[in-house]
Design a protein around this ligand. Structure first.
Ligand code: DC
Length: 227
């Protein structure tokens, strides 16, 4: 039986994509690559340098010139990988509410997408990869052999994200997380370049009433039936 060598997982924020991809990659012994970290890393850098997020040319230059590395985890603190920006460990810094609130704007810039998509595609074409994002099946790797679009209602996704924030000690309310999630959905799905949408040949799965275990079992059955 031949397994799909490139697996694309797309869908809105907090639909369970990362958990699914991480476990799937472990089971198949594939590389797990979460492309959202690259958009987050550029956003973190812009905030760190106090750059105006409206300065598209400057932010694009950051995306073109910054070395973003994703490496195996160097610490046992719950991380799935290390994210380095020009050598600095920003693994947790890129998950802050401030980055959350601004990343959609950065990810909508055409030049930023061009620079990051190129790097993602190069990694994806090596194969044996589970790649996660918003546009993997439609733009980054349209030739992916298996494409999953993992969806969930905005309320359920906000609930999951809220629980993550509380666990980390962030001072936010559910209502704030819900409103931020709606705002991000709106920007991600209506932007001119590579908007969030399922590829025509994607399998659409809704995780509202499924446990993480059920989602992975379902996807493993697609993997087995794909070749
Ligand atoms: O998956 P995430 O929440 O870490 O993604 C962060 C942001 O980056 C989100 O606003 C969508 C955007 N993104 C994107 O536009 N394309 C991707 N391939 C991955 C993420």
């Amino acid at each position: 039986m031949s397994l799909p060598s490139t697996i694309a997982i797309d869908g809105p924020a907090a639909s369970g994509k990362s958990t699914l991809a991480r476990r799937l990659a472990e089971r198949l012994n594939y590389l797990y690559f979460d492309t959202g970290v690259m958009y987050r890393a550029v956003t973190w850098l812009a905030l760190e340098r106090q750059a105006s997020l409206e300065d598209e040319a400057l932010i694009t230059r950051f995306a073109e010139e910054t070395q973003i590395d994703v490496r195996p985890p160097s610490k046992d603190d719950g991380r799935a990988y290390d994210v380095l920006v020009d050598g600095e460990d920003v693994t947790w810094a890129i998950r802050s509410p401030e980055v959350d609130a601004n990343v959609s704007v950065v990810a909508a810039y055409a030049g930023v997408r061009r620079a990051l998509t190129e790097q993602q595609r190069r990694i994806g074409l090596r194969g044996r990869v589970v790649m996660v994002g918003r546009d993997i099946g439609t733009v980054v790797l349209p030739e992916a052999e298996l494409k999953i679009y993992l969806d969930a209602s905005v309320e359920e996704r906000a609930r999951r994200r809220y629980q993550e924030c509380v666990a980390r000690g962030d001072a936010v309310t559910y209502e704030e997380v819900l409103q931020a999630m709606k705002r991000r959905d709106q920007i991600d799905s209506t932007r001119a370049v590579a908007p969030l949408r399922p590829a025509e040949d994607a399998v659409i799965l809704n995780s509202d009433d499924l446990t993480a275990e059920q989602v992975i079992e379902q996807v493993l059955s697609y993997v087995r039936n794909c070749g």
